[in-house]
Design a binder for this molecule. Structure first.
Ligand SMILES: Nc1nc2c(ncn2[C@@H]2O[C@H](COP(=O)(O)OP(=O)(O)OP(=O)(O)O)[C@@H](O)[C@H]2O)c(=O)[nH]1
Length: 354
C-alpha cells in the first residue's frame, strides 16, 4: 500500500551538496530506479535559466515544480515553499516522497528549517542528504570551511564521483570523521539504493535537536546572510538563438578563469550537428559534453548558466556572444574535434562498477 493511500504523511527529503557534486544526477537515478514509489521533485536553480529543471522535468511531467532563480534558502519563505509542497502532496498526485533539490550554493540548514516550519499536515521532514564530489572535496573544503558544518547536519552523505578518485578510502574516512551520525555511502553517478533516501528519515531525537537549533536559536552564520555560501558567488545566464561555433566555444572553455567554477546548460552547434544538442557541464577543471537528440519541438538555442566567485559577468557575456557562428551555413569537417575530446562514450565507460 502506498504511503498516501494509508493516510501517512509524505516525507520531504532535502538533497543538498556543493555546485556540481551530482545532485541532479542522483535525482535522475532515483526517478528511474525508484521501483513503485512515485517521487515529486522541487528543483531550485541558482541561475535564471532553469537547467536543472530541464534536466529532470522530462522524467517527471507534472510532478516537478521549479522554484526558479536564486537560492531557495533566501529566495522563498516557508509559506511559499508550502504552496509547492501542497501541489505535490495533493492526494490526486499519488506521490510517495518529495525530494527538494537545493541549488549548489544553498544553506541546507535553512532548507531543513523551512521544511520543519511547514504547516502542511500532509508532509513530514524526511532528512537531509548531502552529496559530496569526492574528486573536488579537498579543494572545496579549503575554499569553503562551511562545508564541514553542512556535513555535520546530514542524515545521509553520498560520496559521489568515486570513479574519479584513486584515494577513495581516504576521502570516505575524512567524510566519516566530519559527520555526526549520518550514513556515508560511496557512489558513482549518484547510483545509490533509493532505500537509503526514503528510509533516511531522521530519528525523533534528531528532529528535536534540529528544530531546537534551527527554529529557536540562530548562530552567527545563520543570521548573517553574507556568510551563506552563495554570497560570494555570481551567476550569469546566457541564451542565444544563434548557433555556437565549436572552435570558439572550446577556446573560451579552455581559457576560462579559475573563479568560474560551474557551467551548465545546452549548446546548439547548428550545422555542426543538426540532430543533437550538447549538454555541457564544467565543475572546477572538469569539462564534459553530452550529445543528446533535440527533444521534439524544442526551440533550438544555446542556454548556459555560469556560476563563479569574482567573475566579470559582462566580460564573460561578451566572450560568449563572440562564440556565435556568423551564419556559416556549413560545418567544416574538423570543427567538432575540440568538443568531441570532451565527450565520453558512455558513463559506464568511466565507471567499471556499472
Ligand atoms: N565522473 C563522474 N561524473 C559525475 C558523477 N556524478 C555526476 N557527474 C557529472 O558531474 C557533472 C555535474 O553533475 P550534476 O548532477 O549536474 O551536479 P549538481 O550537483 O546537480 O550541479 P549544480 O546543480 O550546478 O550544483 C555532470 O557532468 C555529471 O555527469 C560521477 O559519479 N562521476
Amino acid at each position: 500500500m502506498s504511503e498516501r493511500s494509508s493516510g501517512r504523511q509524505i516525507p520531504v527529503v532535502v538533497l543538498a551538496g556543493f555546485l556540481g557534486s551530482g545532485k541532479t544526477t542522483l535525482l535522475n537515478h532515483l526517478l528511474h530506479r525508484s521501483g513503485g514509489s512515485r517521487i515529486g521533485a522541487v528543483v531550485n536553480d541558482f541561475g535564471a535559466i532553469e537547467i536543472d529543471a530541464m534536466a529532470v522535468a522530462g522524467a517527471l511531467g507534472d510532478s516537478t515544480v521549479s522554484l526558479g532563480n536564486g537560492c531557495l534558502c533566501c529566495a522563498v519563505d516557508s509559506s511559499e515553499l508550502d504552496v509547492y509542497l501542497e501541489r505535490l502532496a495533493r492526494p490526486s498526485a499519488g506521490i510517495d516522497v518529495i525530494v527538494i533539490e537545493a541549488s549548489g550554493l544553498a544553506e541546507p540548514q535553512e532548507l531543513v528549517r523551512m521544511v520543519l516550519a511547514s504547516e502542511h499536515p500532509g508532509i513530514v521532514y524526511g532528512g537531509l542528504v548531502e552529496v559530496v564530489d569526492a574528486a573536488e572535496f579537498d579543494d572545496t573544503r579549503a575554499r569553503h570551511p562551511q562545508i564541514d558544518r553542512h556535513l555535520a547536519l546530514a542524515d545521509l552523505v553520498v560520496v559521489n564521483k568515486i570513479d574519479r578518485v584513486t584515494d577513495a578510502a581516504r576521502v570516505l574516512g575524512l567524510v566519516r570523521s566530519l559527520v555526526d551520525r549520518a550514513a556515508v555511502v560511496p557512489a558513482s553517478y549518484g547510483r545509490v539504493d533509493p532505500a537509503f533516501l526514503f528510509d533516511c528519515r531522521p530519528g525523533e531525537e534528531r528532529i528535536g535537536q534540529l528544530s531546537f537549533d534551527d527554529l529557536h536559536r540562530h548562530d552567527d552564520a545563520e543570521d548573517d546572510h553574507t556568510a551563506h555560501l552563495h554570497a560570494a558567488y555570481d551567476s550569469l545566464s546566457f541564451a542565444s538563438a544563434r548557433p555556437t561555433d565549436p572552435r570558439r566555444l572550446i577556446r573560451f572553455l579552455d581559457s576560462r578563469p579559475a573563479g568560474l567554477y560551474r557551467i551548465k546548460g545546452y549548446v546548439d552547434f547548428g550545422p555542426y550537428d543538426v540532430r543533437n544538442r550538447y549538454a555541457v557541464h564544467a565543475v572546477g577543471r572538469f569539462l564534459r559534453f553530452y550529445p543528446e537528440p533535440w527533444p521534439a519541438g524544442a526551440e533550438r538555442r544555446t542556454q548556459l548558466v555560469l556560476i563563479g566567485a569574482g567573475i566579470d559577468a559582462a566580460a564573460l557575456r561578451a566572450e560568449l556572444e563572440a562564440c556565435g557562428n556568423d551564419g556559416a551555413p556549413h560545418a567544416d569537417e574538423d570543427g567538432m574535434w575540440g568538443v568531441l575530446r570532451y565527450v565520453q562514450e558512455t558513463e559506464e565507460a568511466e565507471d567499471p562498477a556499472a
